[in-house]
Design a protein around this ligand. Sequence first.
Ligand code: ADP
Ligand code: ASP
Ligand code: MG
Length: 253
Amino acid sequence: MIVMKFGGTSVGNAERIRNTANIVKSHIKKKPIVVVSAVAKITDMLIKLANECSQGKGANVLLNIKNIHYEILDELNIDKELLKNDIEELSILAEKIKSNKHIDTKTLDEAQSFGEMMSSKIVAEQLTKIGVNAKPFNSWDLGFLTTPEFGNAEPLEITHTSIKNNIKKLNIVPVITGFIAKTENGEITTLGRGGSDYTAVIIGAAINTGEIQIWTDVNGIMSTDPKIVKNAKTIEKVSFAEASELAYFGAKV
Ligand code: ADP
Ligand code: ASP
Ligand code: MG
């Protein structure tokens, strides 16, 4: 088994999603466990939505979120029914925040969870369309439980064993939501921004896989951000301390 994680840019539009599905299919013999982020920029938009709703606004952001997803479905030739419930539930949450006139970290996590819940469904559907037996999963349905530190939750010890046992039983390709999880009481949590990588690694460790692949829009960890410096070079090997320092100083990769 291998874990293959695809970030926001890898599921950022219809073409990228097609690509992602083809990459997964080409690794089918290795029994891929797929982890996905929300469509690019959607997490930011969901946070904006929650904040605006607490001030009685938000209608435009909600419409944008809906349109971005529906446009992707259109281009992939997938029935909008796939995300109808999620969009409806997100609208209900938006109304709830509006009437509360207040936003807390718990509700903020609940709002953000829609990004990964929707992207995992789209990717699983695209995989199915190209003949891969795939199914979307919310991480908690496979036993991914965390502490109740909303916005920065940590996996519980038990997550390890439940993930291992649940994934062992599967005979399809699971497309699992990165970044989001639940507490033991069933409240939605997030692992901190960029947390899908963390989800992938926790799952990889739990099933003791030999390989965790992090797919993104750049060719590995580079000498600097290639979006700023055109001739940045890929670094063959980095130590944990070096990678950690890069991350600490804000290199998204
Ligand atoms: P995603 O999770 O959406 O796949 P990441 O969070 O991994 O994306 O971020 C990848 C981005 O990190 C790249 O698009 C690049 O602009 C930026 N980046 C910053 N510093 C570096 C670096 N040293 N090497 C590679 N990418 C970097
Ligand atoms: N979607 C989340 C974020 O934007 C998690 C991730 O992309 O890894 O922070
Ligand atoms: Mg990321």
